[in-house]
Design a binder for this molecule. Structure first.
Ligand code: NAD
Ligand code: MG
Length: 403
């Protein structure tokens, strides 16, 4: 099928994590460009109600639910309305719709380490990968980048900061083999909103509730990344993400707290030029950039009103109150399996906080304890990383149940 306006073929898109915040924003942008995109597959964990609505609207060829029960329920509901969508379930099905030969673009927007395997499948199959799932790069950065290069995939960062950096960088990530200096870049300035507790004291942080932590001042996001933003682990994960995407060393990535979230990140060149990307905090901008690349597409995001914004503030992050940021820098510098352990411990700690089984400050405490107690190794294979991930999850659960 061809787009009658641009006479270019319709891009077939698989959306992993379709019922989540990024997935829904992606479908919103796609809906604005029916002549450019067709939805090939939608995938999610277990939210049948939401997936049914999406299938009715977008009529994908395939839908994948991780849970078999959810798939059965969805298949029944779709059958009742005469839908032609094929319903699949399980991990292999996630990989199938990510690597299918008809697919052009894969939006990787599953949350957490669960997003790794389908993202790897898309990389091996040489797809255009729109990477929202930063945990893939934290857990398996070296193996994932190898798979991207070997598979001939195109990797476009969707995380707003990395998308901003990509937009002002001279070369595309994934293909950049030289150092930052070799392309005239001195350093990357990663902006952070500071989250809902930017001005909270340590005493106040000890008692914050789940509802307070989920209430991000600038962005609407899923629960896991919202808690990561509140602890600033999100920025730590993003430092590691930037390392892999842009071939940047830890000391070439500086985090700057910028509460307005208008400047999405900056790149400093060796001649003193600093280039930034600005815009309203709305994920449809980086998503539209990824979907249309190298063209620009309308996203539905309103114009930035600089007069209304009036001022842009910058402060240094405080690692006393937000130790997760330092833990992530340390894991990046330690290398090997350290970032995978950091990521796994963080996922379990955040899950426990969301279940109201642990306090906010226990999140950095348990991650620190698990990393200190682990024997770090060189990364050998995906199977090795998955075993390390499982072991770190167990160690985190043990620490949490004994404290
Ligand atoms: P979310 O919680 O809103 O959505 C997560 C989606 O993943 C849901 O569709 C869920 O069904 C699916 N999912 C979860 N576990 C799964 C599994 N095991 N198998 C299949 N599907 C599974 O999360 P979100 O805010 O959309 O974030 C998604 C990813 O994008 C995260 O990695 C996050 O860090 C990243 N990201 C999000 C934002 C944002 O603004 N929301 C910004 C930058 C990066
Ligand atoms: Mg981000």
């Amino acid at each position: 099928m061809y787009d009658s306006v641009t006479s270019s073929p319709l891009k077939k898109v698989t959306i992993l994590g379709a019922t989540g915040t990024i997935g829904l924003h992606t479908l919103d942008v796609i809906s604005q460009h029916p002549h450019r995109f067709s939805v090939f597959a939608l995938a999610a964990s277990s939210n049948v109600t939401s997936m049914f609505v999406l299938c009715k609207k977008h009529a994908p060829r395939y839908v994948v639910m991780l849970q078999e029960e959810s798939a059965k329920l969805l298949a029944e509901q779709l059958k009742n309305i005469g839908s032609k969508t094929h319903v699949l379930h399980g991990q292999d099905a996630l990989n199938f719709v990510s690597a299918h030969e008809e697919v052009d673009t894969v939006m990787a927007a599953i949350v957490g380490a669960a997003g790794l395997q389908p993202a790897m499948a898309a990389a091996h199959a040489g797809k255009c990968i729109l990477l929202a799932n930063k945990e893939t790069l934290v857990l398996a950065g070296s193996l994932f980048m190898q798979a991207v290069n070997k598979g001939g995939a195109t990797l476009l960062p969707i995380d707003s900061e990395h998308n901003a950096i990509f937009q002002v960088m001279p070369k595309a990530p994934g293909r950049q083999t030289g150092t930052l200096a070799s392309i005239g870049v001195k350093r990357i300035l990663l902006t952070a909103s500071g989250g809902p507790f930017r001005n909270a004291s340590l005493e106040e942080l000890a008692n914050v509730t789940k509802a307070q932590a989920l209430n991000h001042p600038n962005w609407v996001m899923g629960p896991k990344i919202s808690i990561d933003s509140a602890t600033m682990m999100n920025k730590g994960l993003e430092v590691i993400e930037a390392h892999w995407l842009f071939n940047a060393e830890a000391d070439q990535i500086e985090v700057v707290v910028h509460p307005q979230s208008v400047i999405h990140s900056l790149v400093e060149y060796i001649d003193g030029s600093v280039l930034a990307q600005l815009g309203n905090p709305d994920m449809r901008t980086p998503i539209a950039y990824g979907l249309g690349y190298p063209d620009r597409l309308m996203s539905g995001v309103s114009s930035l009103d600089l007069l209304k914004t009036a001022r842009l503030d910058f402060v240094a992050p405080d690692i006393q109150r937000f130790p997760c940021l330092k833990l992530a820098y340390d894991a990046l510098k330690a290398g090997g399996t350290a970032p995978a352990i950091l990521n796994a411990a963080n996922e379990i700690a955040v899950e426990a906080f969301l279940a109201e089984k642990t306090g906010f400050l226990d999140i950095p405490n348990v991650i620190d304890a698990v990393l200190s107690g682990a024997i770090l190794e060189q990364v050998e294979s995906i199977e090795h990383l998955i075993a390390v991930d499982q072991q770190a999850r167990k160690a985190t659960q043990q620490w949490l149940s004994s404290h």
